[in-house]
Each structure stands twice: as C-alpha cells, then as structure tokens.
Design a protein around this ligand. Sequence first.
Ligand code: AMP
Ligand code: TRP
Length: 344
Amino acid sequence: MATFPERVFSGVQPTGNLHLGNYLGAIVKFVELQRSHECLYCVVDLHAITVPQKPEELKASIREVTAAFIACGVDPAAHAIFNQSQVSGHAELAWVFNCVARIGWLNRMTQFKEKAGKDRENASVGLYAYPCLMAADILLYKATHVPVGEDQKQHLELARDVAQKFNLDFSASIAANGFGDAFFPLPEPLIQGPATRVMSLRDGSKKMSKSDPSDYSRINLSDDADAIAQKVRKAKTDPEPLPGETAGLEGRPEADNLVGVYAALTGSTKADVLKTFGGGQFSAFKSALVDLAVAKLGPIGAEMKRLTADPGYIDGVLADGAARARMIADENMKAVKDVLGFVR
Ligand code: AMP
Ligand code: TRP
C-alpha cells in the first residue's frame, strides 16, 4: 500500500472537568509527539453536542480545553490547536463516512451502549454516528498516528475500517484521480505507558471520568494544590503494603492505579515504582504521590487559570489553528469530492 507522511491528530471533548486521566492518557502524549511530528490537536465541539450542552458552558469549556493544551506544554505556534466546528470539512467528511460505515459496525460500539444507557431509543442520532465523525476528524488530515486513552481503541479500529473500505470501494476512481492504490492511510492508535486507563480514586473498577458525580473520584486539571493533596490522601486503598513486583498488583485495582499514576507522572514504569516503594506502607507512598502530583499538576492548574482569564488570546489561538487546519482539510476534501464523482 502507498505510504503516507507521518502526521499526528487527536481530539478532546469540551465537556468540563478535564482530569488526570485525560492528562496522562492523552495530553502528555500530545506534548511528547510535538517534538518529532507535525501535530493537529482539536477541541471536538461537534462531538460534545451529541449529548445536551448549555451554550454558555460549552463556550467556556472549549476555551478551557484549549488553555489546558497550552498549559500542559503544547506549543500553539508550532502546531495547530483549533476547535472542530471552525473547520467545516469535519462535518462534511463525516457525512461521507456515514455512507461508508455499516450499521453493523456501529452496533458493536461499546461506548454508545454505555452512554445511551437503557433508554437507547431516546439517544441522539449523533451519539450513534459519533465514531464516523471521529474517523472523519483523523482522516480529513490523512493523519497516521493518534494518541488516545485505552477507551478509544474500538473507535480507532472503526476509523481504520472506514479508511480501508473507502480505499477499496473507490479504488478505481482513486487510481484514476492520480492517488495511487490508497487514498487514506490506516491510522494507528498510540496507546502506551502505565496510565492508558486511569481509574476513579473512589473505585478502582471504574474509569476516572468527567461525569462522575463525586469530585473526589478525579483530580481535575484545574484543581489547586490543596485540592490535589486532599484527593490523593483520601484516595481509596487496601490495607496491604505495596508489593515488590507488578504481579503483586493483580486483584488490587486501587493500588495498581495509584502506582500507574506515579509511574506515568515520573515517566517511569510500575516496576520502577515498586522497586522504590515495594514492601512499604501505603501511607509513605501516598505522601510521595501527594508531593509529586502537586509539583506536576499544580502549575498546570495555575497556568490554565491565567490563560482562561484572557479569552481574546485563546480565541486567537483557535482561529489561527483553524486557518492552518483548513489549508490541509480543504485540499483533502476537494480530492474526496473528485474521488466520489461530485461536480465542483
Ligand atoms: P474525552 O474527555 O472523552 O474527550 O477524552 C479525551 C482523551 O482522554 C481521550 O484520548 C481519552 O481516551 C482519554 N481519557 C479519558 N479518560 C481517561 C482515563 N480515565 N484514563 C486514560 N485516558 C483517558
Ligand atoms: N472520541 C474521543 C473521546 O471521547 C475524542 C475524539 C474525537 C478523538 N475525535 C477524535 C480522539 C479523533 C482522537 C482522534 O475521547
């Protein structure tokens, strides 16, 4: 198959309460990848409205996620940071992909089942079709690498299936239009490291989530040092000392989670963390984790606060990012129209 230049794309929903899971599962990777790759980081507001949003809160959330990207270290001068609705190609290509993806594929999506809950008949059509929009986000830029948390793995597989089916269904037209044997790359998920699925601080069997009613279940990126310290101290644990090796974390979801968080925050591994803290009491480990979390996350919260106080600056970053994204998107969208046989 044709090779494509490496390009990174990822998205985060502006739905409030950005947390440690978003940071370690996704945003830390965004920051790392910008050194080696051309990256586009998108605040996916079209995804947010698949469930009801209050307009004023949505606007504040879009700016807050943008501020978080910058506060965490993404450089808006070097890479495009933008909100999805400013680049019309996302919605356009999503429609095309609605016609490529099969209903059977979408029926298998576990996130839809979780989010729609028991009242599936009453979920929005958008919530159901959401993976097609996500595929469009990525493929609009022919992105090859997508840093995400573990929960997005199935959606990434669907994006690959969509790319593959498009390449196959339109192979003759793709070749006739001079695009060789493949129009879209098959995007690769980047799901790596010790914290691809950060769990709730109150319940090690539940994912840390923006929508958990208990604020003690998560560390928000906007939390100040006191709040971070208190939440780590109150995090659920078990009465056993920490094991010396990772195998000893099995069946101990809370311990496993906190060790993973510590490892991710220091850029090490769970095995390294257990070399230092194995055999010791949980309280000593927790004190160290409090210090670490406050040192790493405290400044991010403070910087987010500073940035969100200047919405003019944030909106400028988004407008500039959108203009840069459009340069790629518009070109690719024209080519998609040619391949499909649309007159333009
Ligand atoms: P969302 O807030 O759903 O838009 O998620 C933004 C990014 O954060 C996605 O890449 C998710 O996979 C990732 N993410 C969300 N929650 C967690 C979690 N608890 N642990 C690890 N990654 C997460
Ligand atoms: N669906 C992702 C989430 O809920 C967000 C997202 C939308 C995304 N489009 C994307 C992530 C494209 C990576 C690539 O977390």
